[in-house]
Ligand binder design. Structure first.
Ligand code: NAD
Length: 266
């Protein structure tokens, strides 16, 4: 068993449950925090129920932890009334509590929607300016910036995981490029939690899809080597794509780019 004490926020959600199953029994302590109830599987686990928009709950959750994996939040586009508390205020509360508690590493569940308005023809790495495609994408850019500031100013290791499409299996043509399997998501999180000190790292959360258009030079440093490839589903999904002029087809962010799209100059 590894000597780490690890907190997963958003542990009752889809990715949280996947990580919980994969990491159960692996660490000295795995704390599972969410406003929904998370169930413990192993004696080395604790569940905590509360809301990260309350700073006091964030402080309770991070107490005595070595590593924070921050998944909690609204995982898709939503009105500001939801994005502001769950993705901005809660992230500030959790990261600030982590700093005050001496947490050594922050692993942040960011999203490909931070760069969603990049053209699909472009291969996107980690150095290009962000192009968020939604209020949700902007909130991920905020979380990335906050994590980076904690790395630069306070010396806390920080990783941005720019997750693609976490699904049992890819569901449309876009996801032939953006899919991350459950197995690869668990491996990526494990690498980000356990790798030797890395200062700062950015990795796209994507399987080894031959159509992937995101490059992650830091993946090797963290030891992330994805196993799955969406291509085996290509035959049945190829037809499930929007018309070529639709913003959903033209940009990396897919349907998020098409939502509320109101430009008249193209
Ligand atoms: N699923 C994907 O394909 C995908 C892709 C890119 C990024 N992400 C990011 O990964 C993270 C997890 O995504 P998911 O698909 O598991 O989402 P999910 O909605 O299944 O899980 C999110 C969990 O966070 C909890 N939560 C939300 N706000 C909270 C708050 N204020 N206090 C306490 N708990 C709160 C919810 O109760 C929920 O259980 C999210 O941050 C999401 O933006 C997911």
């Amino acid at each position: 068993m590894n000597d780490l004490r690890v907190l997963i926020t958003g542990a009752a959600g889809g990715i949280g449950r996947c990580l919980h199953r994969a990491l159960s029994g692996r660490y000295r302590l795995l704390r599972l925090a969410d406003r929904a109830v998370a169930t413990c599987l192993h004696p080395s686990e604790q569940a905590l129920t509360g809301d990260f928009t309350e700073a006091a709950f964030a402080a309770r959750a991070v107490a005595d932890m070595d590593v924070l994996v921050h998944l909690a939040g609204m995982p898709k586009e939503a009105p500001w009334e939801t994005i502001l508390p769950d993705n901005i205020v809660a992230t500030v509360n959790v990261f600030e509590a982590a700093r005050a508690a001496g947490v050594q590493r922050i692993v942040f569940a960011s999203s490909n929607h931070a760069i969603g308005f990049r053209a699909v023809e472009e291969t996107v790495g980690i150095g290009e300016p962000v192009r968020p495609d939604s209020r949700y994408g902007v909130s991920k850019v905020f979380g990335e910036a906050l994590a980076r500031m904690y790395a630069d100013k306070y010396g806390i290791d920080a990783a941005w995981l720019r997750i693609g499409s976490f699904r049992e299996r890819p569901e449309d043509a876009r996801q032939l490029a953006t899919w991350i399997s459950h197995r690869d998501m668990a491996a990526l999180a494990r690498c980000a939690i356990e790798a030797p000190p890395y200062g700062f790292a950015v990795v796209y959360g994507v399987s080894a899809n031959r159509r992937a258009r995101w490059t992650s030079p830091d993946a090797a440093r963290l030891g992330y080597a994805p196993q799955d490839d969406a291509e085996e589903y290509a035959g049945e999904l190829e037809m499930l794509r929007p018309a070529p002029r639709d913003p959903a087809a033209r940009f990396h962010g897919g349907a998020y780019c098409a939502m509320e799209y109101a430009r008249r100059d193209d």
